[in-house]
Write a protein that binds this ligand. Sequence first.
Ligand code: GLY
Ligand code: MN
Ligand code: MN
Length: 363
Amino acid sequence: MIEKRIKRIFSNVSEEMGAILIYNGPEPHQDVNFFYVTDLTKGLFEASAVVIYPDGKGTIITSKLEEESARKSPMEVEIFSTRKDFKRILKDALDVDGNIGVNFADMPHSAYRKFKYMAKGKRFVDVSEALEKTRMIKDKVEIERIRKAGKIATDALKAMISQLKEGMKEYEAAALLIYEMMRRGATGPAFETISSFGENSAEPHYTSGERELGKGDYALFDFGARFERYNSDITRTFVMGKADKKHREIYEIVREAQQAGIDAIKEGVNGKEVDAEARKVIEKAGYGDRFIHSLGHGLGLKVHDGGGLSPNIDMELSENMVLTVEPGIYIPGFGGVRIEDDVLVKKNKAELLTEFPKELTEL
Ligand code: GLY
Ligand code: MN
Ligand code: MN
């Protein structure tokens, strides 16, 4: 599995490369590619590196802090104690013919300068696009991890809404969601949980605050679980108490738009067309200017894992891509509705990885 991933990365690089160096820095400069090529699901691996080669092999260079975890990898492992050690091991690992690929998208400039100094005379070439392109097509292990992250999230949502009460603050509901995910095996939330009530639901990337849940409020939850480093990303919008006509009208348009998007997904279709199918539904209903973001994005080791369903992204869908489908309508001062699911692209359809009812639910 690891060898396959590494060989695919090299096949996506446009020029010949002697090796690729991936550096997982200290927070917040982590590089998911380190975990993609090592498949290490446990450990922080701060200030560790992995050097991979065109034959699918690689060397993990890490400290004693994660030696046990590192040795679970089938890759060669080199443990360093001092900076001098690290430099010597890295220099040896990069002693190959040809250029060295690096991930300019996630490598801090300070680290890049140090590596350039350690590997004097080597030319470093950006391979960030090849890494992203490779990760966009998921293998079986990755798909099952995302599916599990989706199941944890939907089970947690069920458990959380049964505890929701009038007067509960947004951040209390968010805390419950995170608790319910972690007690089901998530290592944490996939990203900062969005829990927004009433008029606050009109802001797609709202930060949960003290707003209390009241009758006649939308209650929007956009959240996900992280499981073995893979993420889910789901949104559901409910109504507290009785839904009125406007709540229902907006909700049903978004639901129809999401279904149109999901129905349009299959291998070979362009992401732009999928976005257009969903957007058309919202535009026809007269809310085109209130759908203020793209329809979806790639999902995996990163929450935004490359590519997307967007009028601005020219991307042909391939089998085994995992994408979100998340249309929304946002009315400032009133509230917003977003419905988001994660799907796996198949030859002739999209397979849902997050299953949770979509009929408008009054809490
Ligand atoms: N939670 C951010 C997103 O759905 O993309
Ligand atoms: Mn989301
Ligand atoms: Mn999303």
